[in-house]
Write a protein that binds this ligand. Structure first.
Ligand code: ZN
Length: 218
């Protein structure tokens, strides 16, 4: 079920950008045993999909959206900052998308361990405590990461990922950042490397087709 109630009639709803619905309202009481929801916002899970796995489809749709935006290709090197649920879901989708090297930067031991069950290269030491370029060079033979995904909401990391990127790299800011904080970006550096910066805000409305697309990543 989509936890946000979209109107279905505004410009964004009509153009497959329902996550920007102008009249959206979040549902309340979604932990209740029973609830009443618009039919178009409820999806039937396949019979063979366990409920505890199905519960991940909504956050998974955000991870899939982030990886779609990041345009991960076979053989890419990827860094993800943050090993919380979205970061670890992005990790799994990035591997399935063909990433050859994935590094998750997560300082909390329990989260790092969770990440290591999917991929052994999950490092506890956060990248912000290392000289950025030196760190990227060591992991990527001196070139930087093809894709840099920020999944913590820490503005300093959003900037730092720009410095860790390979030429023509894609940087995706997939955190929720404070509305009262700006960052300065090295515009000449970004121009000279043809870097692209994208952001992720939730995911487009998961239509039945899109659910199926997300289920393929499980
Ligand atoms: Zn709408």
């Amino acid at each position: 079920m989509n936890f946000r109630k979209t109107c279905g009639g505004c410009y964004y709803c009509q153009n497959k950008m329902e996550h920007f619905c102008e009249r959206v309202t979040p549902f309340v009481g979604v932990m209740a045993d029973y609830g009443s929801f618009k039919e178009s916002l409820v999806y039937k899970l396949p019979e063979d999909l366990p409920l505890d796995v199905g519960a991940f489809l909504e956050p998974l749709s955000i991870a899939v959206h982030a990886v779609d935006i990041a345009k991960i290709k076979t053989g890419d090197s990827v860094i993800i900052t943050g090993g919380r649920p979205i970061g670890l879901l992005i990790l799994q989708v990035a591997i399935k998308a063909g990433a050859a090297k994935v590094l998750v930067s997560e300082p909390v031991r329990g989260k790092t361990r969770a990440g290591q069950t999917f991929w052994r290269r999950c490092y506890r030491r956060p990248v912000e405590r290392r000289p950025a370029r030196q760190f990227a060079n060591k992991f990527t033979d001196g070139r930087g990461f093809n894709v840099c995904i920020e999944a913590t909401g820490i503005t300093a990391l959003a900037r730092q990922l720009v410095m860790l990127s390979e030429r023509c790299g894609n940087i995706v800011w997939a955190g929720v950042y404070p509305g009262n904080k700006d960052i300065e970006l090295p515009i000449f550096y970004m121009y000279s490397k043809e870097l692209s910066v994208h952001s992720v805000k939730l995911a487009p409305y998961p239509s039945p087709g899109r659910w199926k697309y997300c289920q393929n990543w499980i």
